[in-house]
Design a binder for this molecule. Structure first.
Ligand code: PMV
Length: 320
């Protein structure tokens, strides 16, 4: 038996880092997917995937079986082979590990129970697994990958996450001007960047709290910009957002330089955990002047990823 599920990557439009401090984040699933196929095998020995991936697969597998046991869901654990195919760049803040957690949780729970679980159940299993990868993730990546579309996310407590699907598309007047720039893989991991903001908070709680509060306002402003189909408000939210991310110390000198070079062409903000030493991962960029944009991109040889929303979230793409 073969079971295949695919799950999308994501991009955070606003609220990275502040989301760890119970502020909201606005995130959308992006039309780049990671696909997992599990195939039953007769003998009990599983194929290896390389140490790092193997550890990850074992963690997700354990999260699935623990959940099924805890909820008394009838299941049978069977040996399997696994094939993973991904379009999502790794280590850039596009949620590749979340997409792995989501699609593999969906495929394995289906394999062990003989039927698909709900997206809410998959989200819980995948979030528990993601915690092993990232220490204390907010869960925003996993939710976007699981449910798809535009999501307003807020984690109130460990046991209470408000995941609100905003039933709207980013309107064409805005999305036609958006691109994702890949500035390269940051030196630091997401967990390390979260820790950098954490130590900033501990050293200077009052000012950091003010920055986080402003971030909340900007995130809400961005939602209003999308709802009102207001490109001016949207581009301003991107600009303000980047200033706040810089205050949090998650933007490298190099990313700042790229944005300075691109300033005649529009506004950008880093998206995801960022990086402070060298590269800062992804930049969400709003183009105001396409000719200037093309010129700088060509000279600087910056890789562009098209901004295309995905609305279906995790989905089964065939069981044989
Ligand atoms: O994994 P990334 O780069 O998309 O970062 C996740 C966003 C953070 O807010 C920095 C961390 C989190 O768990 O929400």
């Amino acid at each position: 038996m073969n079971i295949t599920y695919k799950a999308p990557g994501k991009i955070i439009l606003s609220g990275e880092h502040s989301v760890v401090y119970a502020k909201p984040a606005l995130v959308t699933a992006i039309d780049l997917c990671l696909t997992c196929t599990v195939s039953t095998r007769k003998d009990r020995e599983c194929k290896t995937h390389g140490k790092e991936l193997n550890d990850g697969v074992n963690i997700i597998d354990k999260s699935v079986t623990n959940y099924l046991r805890e909820k008394n869901i009838k299941h049978e654990i069977v040996p399997y082979d696994l094939k993973i195919v991904s379009q999502i760049p790794v280590g850039r803040g596009m949620g590749s590990s979340a997409a792995l957690c989501v699609s593999l949780s969906a495929a394995l729970s289906h394999l062990y129970t003989g039927h698909p679980l709900s997206k809410e159940q998959i989200n819980t299993i995948a979030y528990r697994a993601e915690k092993h990868f990232h220490g204390n993730p907010s869960g925003v990546d996993v939710s976007a990958s699981c449910f798809g579309g535009l999501i307003f996310f807020r984690k109130e407590f460990e046991f209470l996450k408000n995941i609100s699907a905003l039933h709207m598309k980013i309107p064409a007047v805005i999305s036609q001007n958006l691109v994702i720039l890949d500035t390269g893989k940051p030196e630091e991991t997401t967990a390390e960047m979260v820790a950098i903001v954490g130590s900033k908070f501990n050293k200077d709680p009052i000012n950091t709290e003010t920055t986080l509060f402003k971030m909340e306002k900007i995130t809400k402003r961005m939602v209003v910009a999308v709802a009102k189909e207001d490109p001016r408000m949207f581009e301003d939210s991107i600009y303000q957002n980047q200033l706040l991310l810089r205050e949090l110390g998650v933007v490298s000198h190099e990313a700042d330089k790229i944005l300075a070079d691109l300033s005649p062409a529009g506004y950008g903000k880093i998206s995801g955990a960022g990086g402070s030493i060298d590269k800062s991962g992804l930049i969400l960029f709003y183009i105001k002047n396409r000719e200037e944009f093309e010129n700088v991109i060509k000279i600087k040889k910056i890789k562009i990823i098209p901004f295309r929303q995905q609305f279906r979230g995790v989905e089964e793409v065939g069981s044989v």
